[in-house]
Design a protein around this ligand. Structure first.
Ligand SMILES: NC(=O)c1ccc[n+]([C@@H]2O[C@H](COP(=O)([O-])OP(=O)(O)OC[C@H]3O[C@@H](n4cnc5c(N)ncnc54)[C@H](O)[C@@H]3O)[C@@H](O)[C@H]2O)c1
Ligand SMILES: [Zn+2]
Length: 405
């Protein structure tokens, strides 16, 4: 049963979203509108090789904007790479940052914009609400579908010393403009399509099944960007689940299918809008230590863990999980909520198998002896734990990991 009372909620996004084929060609105009004169384009070698960088560079230069390219981005970017990019930025002194790539490069552009504006070290900003004021404008151009980083207020980095993924979260990190162009995802290799696509599905399902906003257990005086499930985010998550579950398989196996690519790019954008306001929960909390230790991709780790967490959440979220089953086209009319929720979990497992995501932690190099430490580390990520519809102890987290092992 939903609580009848609603607290107030807010909805934050990128300042502007431009969606559709050839949206990226607008970058020169968009940057000129931001009064940019010097753009640092943050990307990586794979995207240069895929031919995605040159057209953006030309569009910017056509508007008289000076461009420098940092192509040292890497998947799941480390603090070391963030510092290298910051060094390049200090030399060039840009007035706008363009993050071209998957979540990794967009997140890199965001943290460098923070450092250029407020100085210091990435570790100074880890956590929520540590960025004191607005940052240099970031234009986000996603090439995966995807993380939703183009609209989110997060920058996720790998802290190699602590072997942990860490997040900087602030509404100031939301990009000024998101140019969401499905054509940029056509060159995305099938493994990246699968991993980033199931990450987007995880965002949508975690948001859709989150604790309700009036019940969100935020201690007095604490700030959180996450607010629990609120109606606007819920609508977006619902549509995202439908789009992603119907198009991910095709996008992975037939990457040239533009209908599938466009549906996935819209789905991941909507999921990003939903989760960056409602929150992500146990799947993400557990993936942070797992991914930090075994260096699997964020998406593969999430996709692996997702059905196990759905199973754990079933007692608290039967109705919503049943609806997920409907949205995925897995539930049958007249079924009980329980049967529909089981159908949702099975549909996620089946999709995961079809797109080649492993279903056991042992398959991605996790050692059984690591599980207790992972559970303890995940338990520390309170901003995610409190979004979960069922409050979990460290023992619960360990049981989920054991089931997934
Ligand atoms: N900021 C957020 O809100 C948020 C949300 C979820 C995840 N993340 C983070 O995002 C990162 C994962 O991002 P991702 O899944 O988008 O993958 P990614 O950015 O790590 O990219 C993976 C690889 O695919 C390549 N690639 C990407 N697009 C391509 C294309 N169109 N053509 C050819 N190659 C392409 C990249 O060069 C890279 O080598 C993780 O660090 C994760 O923690 C951030
Ligand atoms: Zn994610």
């Amino acid at each position: 049963m939903r609580s009848a009372m609603r607290t107030t909620w807010t909805f934050n996004s990128a300042g502007q979203i431009v969606f559709g084929q050839h949206a990226a060609a607008q970058i020169g105009e968009v940057a000129a509108n931001l009064r940019a004169q010097r753009a640092l384009l943050v990307t990586d070698g794979a995207l240069v090789a895929a031919g995605l960088v040159k057209p953006l560079q030309s569009s910017l230069e056509t508007k008289g904007i000076k461009v420098t390219i940092f192509e040292g981005g890497e998947p799941e970017p480390s603090i070391r790479v963030a510092l290298a990019c910051y060094k390049a930025a200090l030399q060039f002194q840009p007035d706008v940052l363009v993050g071209l790539g998957g979540g990794s490069n967009m997140d890199l552009a965001k943290i460098v914009a923070v450092l250029l504006t407020h100085r210091g070290h990435p570790r100074d900003y880890i956590g929520e609400g540590k960025v004191p004021a607005s940052i240099l404008p970031v234009v986000a151009v996603p090439t995966t579908a995807g993380t939703g980083s183009e609209v989110s207020g997060a920058s996720v980095l790998t802290d190699e010393e602590r072997e942990l993924k860490v997040g900087v979260l602030s509404n100031y990190l939301r990009p000024s403009v998101a140019l969401v162009d499905p054509l940029l995802t056509v060159s995305c290799p099938s493994k990246v399509t699968a991993d980033s696509g199931i990450d987007a599905l995880t965002h949508a399902i975690e948001a859709f099944t989150a604790v309700d906003n009036p019940d969100f257990p935020l201690p007095a005086g604490e700030f959180s960007m996450y607010q629990g499930r609120q109606p606007l985010g819920e609508c977006l998550a619902e549509k995202a689940i439908q789009l992603i579950s119907h198009h991910l398989d095709e996008a992975v196996h037939n990457g040239r299918n533009l209908v599938a690519r466009e549906a996935m790019h819209l789905g991941s954008l909507l999921a990003g809008l939903a989760f960056s306001n409602i929150g992500v929960a146990l799947v993400h909390a557990l993936e942070y230590p797992v991914g930090g230790a075994v260096h699997c991709s964020h998406g593969a780790g999430n996709g692996l863990l997702l059905p196990y967490v759905m199973e754990f959440n079933k007692p608290a979220r039967l109705e919503a999980l049943g609806r997920v089953g409907d949205l995925m086209g897995a539930a049958v009319v007249g079924q009980t909520d329980e049967a529909a929720a089981d159908a949702a979990i099975k549909a996620v497992r089946d999709l995961r198998r079809r797109i080649g995501i492993p279903d056991r932690l042992r398959d991605i190099g996790v050692d059984e002896g690591q599980l207790t430490g992972f559970a303890e580390a995940a338990f520390g990520i309170k901003r995610m734990l409190r979004v979960n519809p069922r409050q979990a102890t460290t023992q619960d987290l360990e049981s989920i990991l054991k089931a997934a092992y």
